[in-house]
Design a protein around this ligand. Structure first.
Ligand code: GLY
Length: 349
């Protein structure tokens, strides 16, 4: 259910934004930029590309880049959410719904502009996904500068995590007990079967909410989606989340629409919610329902997971759905006119 204040005339002006609550399908004009969370500077940056005559691919790249530069809530870009070794690594993707070309990077080291490297993968290779140190090598060849992605903040987060016996911790079936002790770890003799649904809550919530996922549609119905994130705080080194995975982090297909996901990527990527939402919109479902039905299969297996999906069809109608008490109410940002960004809210199911 979308809450749209414009429709009910109950709108609240907060800074440059209007928060919108309604109970109906959200209609919009083209071009349009929609992104997860109240990252309105990113929405503005994406929309400004259209105002300046740029392309929809430029809009998604610039919008997501803005969040990388601003380090949106610490969950995007450099300087926060280190892995177990204290290193910050980035995941990003961009998908062109006209050509079905995709570029993504996973566990990118030492390069801050992950979405732009993803675009390079899309436009300068025949590949889809590059990962790790060799993705960095590619980026350097393409002219990007290497730099240390850590900061005082990420160093402090790392030290506090070590001082807290390395909690939270995402290892299982290793010794010493990862729920009590730091590593190094070794596999235990036998593999304890994980209790059903025991892996479903990593504490993803409003304050450590993650990815910016963005969908933009130009006035001709050309759909592009993108994501960028520094992933899960204290992840096992080498972990790649859902954000650079096609159909998981985002998906775009002209004449159907685009979708993007945020939340517990280790779980969400098993269900390809962005792909599902786009296919459902292609079958005529409203964006709100498509988003909802894309997360329903996840709820069945992981009733406590936290995550959200935004969905935009090629006419610019949009919606979202979310799940989990860690999020509660999910906010997303929409710009379809030169004057203001609207914030939409959905209550999580
Ligand atoms: N959804 C972002 C991540 O899990 O990495």
């Amino acid at each position: 259910m979308i809450i749209n204040m414009a429709a009910t005339m109950r709108s609240l002006v907060i800074g440059c934004c209007v928060v919108v609550f309604c109970f109906e399908r959200a209609r919009s004009a083209l071009p349009i930029v929609v992104n997860t969370w109240p990252f309105t500077n990113a929405t503005d940056a994406g929309y400004n590309v259209f105002l300046n005559g740029g392309s929809v691919v430029d809009a998604v790249e610039k919008g997501c880049s803005k969040c990388e530069v601003l380090r949106c809530d610490g969950s995007v870009g450099e300087g926060s959410d280190p892995d177990e070794d204290g290193e910050v690594t980035l995941d990003a993707m961009i998908m062109d719904g006209k050509t079905m070309d995709v570029g993504s990077v996973g566990c990118l080291r030492n390069i801050s502009s992950a979405i732009s490297v993803a675009r390079m993968v899309m436009e300068r290779t025949d590949h889809t996904l590059l990962a790790g140190e060799l993705a960095t090598k590619f980026a350097v060849e393409m002219g990007f500068k290497e730099s240390d992605l850590s900061s005082n903040k990420s160093d402090t987060m790392f030290k506090q995590w070590r001082a807290n016996n390395c909690q939270p911790n995402f290892r299982v079936n290793v010794s010493p007990d990862p729920k009590k002790s730091c590593g190094p770890y070794q596999p235990t003799e036998s593999t304890r079967l994980l209790q059903e649904n025991s892996r479903n809550d990593k504490g993803v919530g409003y304050l450590n909410h993650d990815t910016i996922g963005m969908v933009a549609v130009d006035k001709n119905g050309h759909v592009v989606s993108g994501t960028t994130t520094n992933g899960l705080n204290h992840k096992v080194p080498g972990r790649v989340g859902d954000s650079p995975i096609v159909g998981a982090g985002s998906y775009a297909q002209n004449e159907m629409g685009g979708a993007a996901a945020t939340g517990d990527g280790d779980i969400m990527m098993r269900f390809l919610p962005s792909y599902t939402a786009v296919q459902l919109m292609g079958s005529g479902m409203t964006p709100s329902n498509a988003a909802l039905f894309s997360i329903k299969p996840i709820i069945k297996f992981y009733p406590d997971f936290n995550g959200a999906v935004i969905a935009v069809n090629s006419k610019g109608e949009h919606g979202a759905a979310c799940h989990g008490s860690g999020i509660g109410t999910f906010h997303y940002s929409v710009k379809d006119n030169p004057d203001q960004v609207n914030l939409f809210s959905v209550k999580c199911v």
